[in-house]
Design a protein around this ligand. Structure first.
Ligand code: ADP
Ligand code: MG
Length: 344
């Protein structure tokens, strides 16, 4: 039996993103904690009902690498989606609170994302379309899973109409209008892995970027508040830029950290142009030495030519993944050690 909104008691805010907000809820009927996402869908009733029908595919998505799905419904102007609550939060939050993630853990993240992507594609012919650290979640059992994949064409359309989900994890060919393929997700994975391993988003302001690695500092070392009035110079901008009253605003403020104070900022269009025209970023850091297998893996993800870019199968067979010595117990230990759980 699927979850209904009236079964749910609100416990706490888990976060807000592009057109959605996520709440930790208590399911009275089942006696367990879940996560409820509300997505603003400005569309006519027939479209909203179609979205609910399309979301039903999530019922059949069962994989240890996919966040569990419990049901969906309409709530006023929103579509509600109830899913498994992941108690260590998103890797984006983890990285912000704890700084760069140990490279052996990042390897396990890469493996989980690839297995999740392959499951979605091989079993359901679904392409994720939005791989980024905030859509990779962890729990204190040491599990890593992906969420927010593009199951509903109508939902993708409706969100696109209100927010336009252009993100800077997008591959060069997608920026140039080519259709999504699983290789576009591989690119987004590569960008995400660099961000997790170094603690900072790889596309910096152009001055810094040509400096190769300016100062490769962790988030934790730049704890000063970014200027909340910064216009379009967020670390992870979205198109088009909405006013600071959108749900994203809270997050964008935090996301501005790594550009803080420098005064050099890259506009969104400059950034997208940079992704298309400049060499792809690499897994390098002045402060850390990454294993060569990890660097090669990321290089495989970030070939600008999708035809030459590695496939998920090839990446899973690579040395970095097959040679990992990290056990499930190690992963659990890492997840449990994290500072500032999503518990509020
Ligand atoms: P975005 O992914 O763009 O950040 P979302 O609305 O999808 O925006 O999610 C907002 C935040 O809510 C995420 O960054 C994540 O920290 C949190 N979140 C989403 N889903 C879950 C979940 N199932 N369990 C725990 N936290 C979640
Ligand atoms: Mg998300």
């Amino acid at each position: 039996d699927l979850v209904k909104d009236e079964d749910l008691e609100i416990l706490a805010d888990l976060g807000a993103g592009n057109g959605g907000s996520v709440t930790k809820v208590w399911n009275k009927k089942r006696g367990c904690i879940m996560a409820r996402k509300l997505i603003l869908v400005d569309a006519k009733p027939s479209v909203r009902k179609q979205i609910l029908r399309e979301l039903q595919i999530m019922n059949d998505c069962n994989s240890p690498y996919i966040v569990g799905y419990y049901g969906c419904f309409l709530v006023e102007v929103h579509v509600g989606v109830v899913m498994e609550a992941m108690d260590a939060g998103s890797l984006d939050d983890i990285c912000r609170k704890n700084g760069a993630i140990p490279i052996n853990v990042v390897g396990k993240v890469a493996e989980a994302v690839l297995r999740g992507l392959m499951y979605l594609y091989d079993v359901h012919r679904i392409i994720h379309r939005d791989i980024k650290p905030s859509n990779i979640l962890a729990n204190t059992k040491g599990e890593i899973k992906i969420c927010d994949f593009g199951v509903s064409g109508e939902l993708i359309n409706s969100i696109a109409n209100t927010f336009v989900g252009t993100s800077t994890y997008m591959s060069p060919e997608r920026i140039q209008g080519a259709p999504y393929t699983i290789k576009s997700d591989v690119w987004s994975l590569g960008i995400s892995l660099i961000e997790l391993a170094t603690g900072r988003f790889p596309f910096q302001d152009s001055n810094e970027a040509t400096d190769s690695e300016g100062e490769d500092s962790d988030e934790e070392e730049q704890t000063h508040d970014p200027d909340p009035t910064l216009p379009v110079s967020f670390r992870r901008p979205q198109l088009p830029e909405k006013s600071n009253t959108t749900p994203k605003a809270k997050k964008s403020k935090k996301a501005g950290v790594s550009l803080g104070g420098g005064g050099h900022t890259m506009s969104i269009l400059d950034l997208l142009q940079h992704i298309v025209n400049e060499p792809a970023p690499r897994l390098v850091s002045r402060k850390r030495k990454f294993p060569e297998e990890a660097q090669l893996f990321v290089e495989g993800c970030l070939d600008k030519d999708p035809a030459k870019r590695s496939s998920p199968q090839e990446l899973l067979a690579s040395e970095w993944i097959t040679g990992s010595t990290m056990t499930p117990a190690d992963l659990q230990e890492w997840a449990k050690s994290l500072a500032g759980s999503t518990e509020t």
